[in-house]
Design a protein around this ligand. Structure first.
Ligand SMILES: [Zn+2]
Ligand SMILES: [Zn+2]
Length: 264
């Protein structure tokens, strides 16, 4: 039984892609996400690096626990992994290119639940789709990663909005139709509070082109990542692949890169 190393799960627009490396043929291949019959390993190894179009597997097959890339493979584009996970600077401490880039602090809705977060301006649309949110608005644009994190924290506190949505909450939302009118009303309320602080929130954007229609028959039940997964694929939204096998179930595909998959 051949085992393949999963390298990435990402979205291009509203199309999800899972890529794995076939070390025998030294080729990157795309896994078909419309079917599900796969075994996923417990352990995870570094996903390696891209040099332009050339893929380079991790030279040491390093095991990883936080994230899915080792410091050595990340060094060319993320010289400081610590600053990536918890930003400390706007480019003055570390050599991460994106620490000094323009960032946005955003408001995102998962169903009716609102949260604030931050990312680089360049990544905002993709990031929102990766998170599977139903609507979002850019609240502020600001240079530097640490400054953006600070503004995120202060807006979260002033507006009483959280910075995280739990997996179960995202899944819970899928059992209902997307409450567009309630989201819009809540956006108007929050936007006016944000204006009072002196910022200019941008218009609300609705994201409703995911390859999965809600409401589902019931809330998807999260499954363990490792082990055998089999069933009829219902669709994908954000980090989740939703499938049916004696009930509606979900796998968090964001946790798969770095692990090994095999099909029986
Ligand atoms: Zn590596
Ligand atoms: Zn930094």
């Amino acid at each position: 039984m051949a085992e393949f190393h999963v390298i990435s799960f990402d979205w291009k627009g509203f199309e999800p892609h899972l890529y794995y490396y076939d070390s025998a043929s030294e080729e990157m291949k795309e896994h078909d996400l419309s079917k599900l019959d796969v075994n996923i390993s417990h352990h995870a190894n570094c996903v390696g690096n891209w040099y332009g179009r050339e893929y380079q597997p991790c030279p040491h097959d390093n095991k990883v626990s936080q994230g899915n890339i080792c410091q050595e493979c990340a060094s060319s584009f993320l010289p400081d992994l610590a600053c990536t996970f918890e930003p400390r600077c706007d480019g003055e401490i570390c050599a991460n290119r994106f620490c000094q880039q323009e960032h946005v602090v955003y408001l995102a809705f998962h169903g009716e639940i609102a949260k604030v977060g931050m990312t680089t301006s360049r990544r905002i649309n993709q990031r929102m789709i990766e998170q599977g949110c139903d609507a979002f608005s850019v609240l502020a644009r600001i240079d530097g990663r640490a400054s953006a994190r600070k503004l995120e924290g202060s807006l979260s506190e002033k507006l009483g909005l959280r910075q995280r949505i739990r997996e179960l909450e995202s899944l819970f939302c899928m059992a209902d139709a997307i409450p567009i009118e309630k989201i819009e009303a809540r956006y108007v309320e929050i936007a006016s509070e944000v204006e009072n602080i002196g910022l200019r929130p941008e218009p609300l954007k609705i994201l409703d082109d995911y390859p999965m229609k809600t409401p589902l028959a019931s809330m998807p039940k999260p499954t363990r990542i490792e082990g055998q997964h089999k069933g009829k694929v219902i669709g994908l939204k954000g980090k989740f692949l939703i499938y049916e096998n004696g009930g509606v179930k979900a796998i968090n595909l964001q946790r798969v890169p770095g692990r090994f998959i095999s099909t029986l």
